[in-house]
Design a protein around this ligand. Structure first.
Ligand code: SF4
Length: 258
């Protein structure tokens, strides 16, 4: 298995470990990746290896392709559980992200009213008013917080934008519970440096901030596909279960995907 670039603007449906039957909405180009992070575990590959030549799909192209796919799925009697903004990078970077979310809500209501709308985001644009307004309208606003350790963020998430973890925590708090935090736990090393964030020195401070943010839910997971950095390893089931149980004990619903 190798890293993957998704079709655009619609892909799937796929069965998601966390979300069920998911129809993907990819607002990035079909031939590469655009992201404000450059995570060493990214299933799409590293930014430098995946520079796109094509443009992002337009708002009209996204709406047209989504409507056609939902009509087809309705005719086949197999509607998705969830419409998921994900794919080749960070969906909130699309200049028409807010309008596309509005279009998607209308199409969902018309063709698949039981489907939930999810956005998987790395949180780097979550402070922008237009992005915040859009994320407040979706059912599952899933925002990444892998750690609160700045050194670990620079080692693993590798922001390509200005990134201050205290500012991000403040932003996530401003969602007043209308968010799900997603966190990757893993082991192994990169360039000879450990990336194991399953120990107390990472989990304890992370959990303190999660409690402060007070999300509706937390989703923890580990590596599932091949990663561009081959030194990374999965966290074990027992490690994930132990972290999950601590989150639940703190009063926040939490799921673990292995
Ligand atoms: S935030 Fe997501 S899309 Fe961006 S580099 Fe990290 S894993 Fe890949």
């Amino acid at each position: 298995m190798s890293t993957v670039i998704y079709p655009s603007p619609i892909f799937g449906p796929i069965h998601s470990r966390r979300l069920g039957v998911s129809l993907g909405i990819n607002l990035m180009p079909a031939d590469g990746k655009i992201c404000t992070f450059d995570c060493i575990y990214c299933e799409c590959g590293l930014n430098a290896q995946r520079r796109p030549a094509l443009p992002r799909p337009t708002r009209e192209e996204v709406a047209g392709a989504l409507e056609a796919k939902l009509k087809q799925m309705a005719a086949e009697g197999l509607l998705p559980d969830v419409l998921t903004f994900a794919g080749n990078g960070e969906p909130t970077l699309h200049p028409d992200f807010a309008a596309i979310v509005g279009d998607t809500i209308c199409l969902r209501d018309r063709y698949a009213p039981k489907a939930r709308i999810s956005v998987l985001s790395n949180s780097t644009a979550a402070h922008r008013p237009d992005v915040r307004n859009a994320l407040m309208r979706v059912d599952n606003n899933i925002l990444k917080l892998d750690t609160v350790d700045p050194g670990y963020i620079n080692l693993v998430n590798r922001p390509a934008c200005r990134f201050n973890v205290d500012d991000v925590v403040s932003t996530l708090k401003s969602y007043e519970g209308h968010l799900i935090i997603q966190t990757m736990f893993m082991k192994g090393s990169t360039g000879g440096v450990s990336v194991d964030n399953t120990g107390e020195e990472y989990v304890g401070p992370w959990l303190d901030k999660v409690v402060e943010i007070a999300p509706r839910e937390v989703m923890i997971y580990t590596i599932d596909r091949e990663t561009p950095d081959h030194g990374l390893k999965k966290a074990t089931r027992d490690e994930l279960d132990a972290i999950r149980d601590r989150v639940i004990a703190a009063g926040i619903p939490c799921t673990a995907s292995y």
